[in-house]
Structure formats: structure tokens, C-alpha cells
Design a protein around this ligand. Sequence first.
Ligand SMILES: NC(=O)c1ccc[n+]([C@@H]2O[C@H](COP(=O)([O-])OP(=O)(O)OC[C@H]3O[C@@H](n4cnc5c(N)ncnc54)[C@H](O)[C@@H]3O)[C@@H](O)[C@H]2O)c1
Length: 350
Amino acid sequence: MKTYLVTGGAGFIGANFVHFMLNKYSDINIINLDKLTYAGNLENLKDIEANKNYSFVQGDICDKKLVEKLFAENEIDYVVNFAAESHVDRSIKEPEIFVKTNVLGTVNLLNIAKNAWQVEGGFKQGKKFMQVSTDEVYGSLGKTGYFLETTPLDPHSPYSASKTGSDLMVKAYFDTYKMPVNTTRCSNNYGPYQFPEKLIPLLINNCLNHKNLPVYGDGMNIRDWLYVEDHCKAIDMVINGGRIGQVYNIGGHNERTNMQIVKTIINYLNENVDKEVTEKLITYVEDRLGHDKRYGIDPTKIKDELGWYPETTFEVGIKKTIKWNLDNKQWMDNITTGDYQNYYKNMYKK
Ligand SMILES: NC(=O)c1ccc[n+]([C@@H]2O[C@H](COP(=O)([O-])OP(=O)(O)OC[C@H]3O[C@@H](n4cnc5c(N)ncnc54)[C@H](O)[C@@H]3O)[C@@H](O)[C@H]2O)c1
């Protein structure tokens, strides 16, 4: 019975991962450590909160005493580190909290895991620290080419710089102590439980409320989109089969301009839900500072070594995601009141 310490499991990808793992395995324990920032929501885990293989601890990954206590009380086999400040726009306004959680929090986890797992001459068998990172650490691409695991790190935003910092600390723990670690770098995710500050749920939510659809610059920035379950599947494969110390890129060759995403969502909602959702809602807003032009992942390594492949095409995934948002309107309404409304007004000024 393996025990996973999943951090940030009440957020978007973390919650999907907890569901994915508990559906797939009946012989694992998951301890979810989450601070419950604005992005963490226990509603995301309501259906599994009574599962005997799952427990929740509210707390900060930077809290040394708490993390030490978790390791002292449980034989933790894997740390899967999702906990992070994750929104680029917020990082431009408040960089410090990104350094605190993403860099110092990761170092705290690494250090405590190392102390718990280190034995004479190495590490206990079967342990692994899994760092969940992003393609944004590679910077921006021109019109051609893809990010490889060997592409030099060249982050531009405080968010991606902080993720790069944590990735390099993970690398240092492997290089220095030979700690069993892996890092994954995934492209943009979409799917259920995503907080509506991120592009796809923001667009769906605003369309349904006939609010403007903020589009940065000329709308031609390109992102590489992956359905969140395919990301979860990849993380599981890397935990089980990834070579120690290695980085694995995750992406499904699904590049779209932001404007293509906007039009896809408008067209679907217009045809299926509400005729008042039209392109008239599109509003161009001042471009994001330091806005990366294009991301594109080369997933050859994880495909060749571990046999991973994306199962959900964009056409299917986007419909599932829109449908999930329609079926869970109450979830969206609950998290888009108060603070979010003020945040939204300030963030997306024309
Ligand atoms: N969303 C994407 O498209 C994407 C793509 C690739 C990689 N990632 C990475 O995946 C991870 C999860 O991303 P997400 O989109 O689910 O983020 P999210 O913002 O939805 O969730 C982050 C979670 O971490 C928790 N958290 C924040 N600070 C914490 C702290 N100090 N201690 C404990 N918990 C804390 C929050 O409460 C929240 O539940 C991040 O590390 C992110 O960099 C995200």
C-alpha cells in the first residue's frame, strides 16, 4: 500500500489527479496537503472526502513543523508537488508570494523528504519526489520548433521564473544527494475544476453571463492545450516508470491561438446553449507584460520511454469541459463572487 503526499490537491490539476488515482487504484493512500488559497476548493473533492484511502490536511508547504509531522506519522512513499501560485497575471502584480510558495515551499518539501528517506549509502527503496512543472520554464518559441527537455531554461514571467527556481532545486537534490526525483513539464491544461481566472473557464463563464471576453494583444499568442486527465495519466506513468533524475515533457501537439480558443467556445455555446453568445463579446485588452508568443511541447521522450500518449482530442476535451461547466454552474457561481469580481475588474482593464 503506497502512500502519496499530494500537495495542492484542492486546486485544478491536483483535484483531477486525486480523482484519477483513486479511480485507478484501490490499494493506495493519498494525503492531500493544501493551504486552501483562493485557488484551492474542497468542493472539488466532495465526492471522495469519505474515501478511506484519502485524507485532507489544511496547511502550507512552507510549514516545516507540519510537513515534518506528516512524515513522522506516515510512511510516505511519493511526494507529488502540485502546490503553487499558478497564475501569470497575479505573479506580475505580486511576485514575492510566488517565490515563497513555489521556490521556498518546494525546498522545504525536498529537504524534509530527503531527511525522512535518506539511509546509509543512499535512499530507501521505492521513494520518489515528483515535481509538477510547466513548459513556461523554457520561455517562448518562434514560429517553428518545439521545447525539448534539453531546451535551455529561459523563463520570462515571475511565475515561470519561480517554477524554474523550484525545478533547479529539484535537480540540485538529485545532483548533490542522488535523491530519487522526477520533474514533468506540461503544456497548458484545461478541464473540470479549473479556476475561472484561466483562459478557458474564464471565457465559458463570461459567455454564460454575457460579459466581455478579454483578449490580450492581437489574440495571436499560441498555447499548446492538453486535457487534464492526460496530464494526470502522464504523472502516474512517470512516478511508476520514470528514470530517476529525469525530466519529462508532456504535451499533445495541440497548438491553438488564443483567438481560436475564443471562437471555438463562442461557436459551441451559440449553437448549443445561447444565441446571445456572439463575437460581439470579444474585447481586446492591453497585452500582458512580457507575454510569451508561442509554446509547443515535443513529447517524444515520454512517448518512447513510457508509452504515454494523449487520449482526449481537443475537439472532444473542449466539449467535455464546456459541458462540465454548464452542469456545475453552482460551483462556478460560488467561486466567482466577491473577491473574484473585484480581481476581474482590475485585472482585465481595457
Ligand atoms: N494549469 C496549467 O495549465 C498547468 C500546466 C503545467 C503545469 N502546471 C503546474 O501544476 C501545478 C498545479 O496547477 P493548477 O493549475 O492546478 O494550480 P491551481 O492554482 O489551480 O492550484 C494550486 C493549489 O495549490 C494550493 N496552494 C497554493 N499555495 C500553497 C501552499 N503554500 N501550500 C499548500 N498549498 C498551496 C492552492 O490552495 C491550490 O489548491 C502547479 O505547480 C503548476 O505550476 C499547471
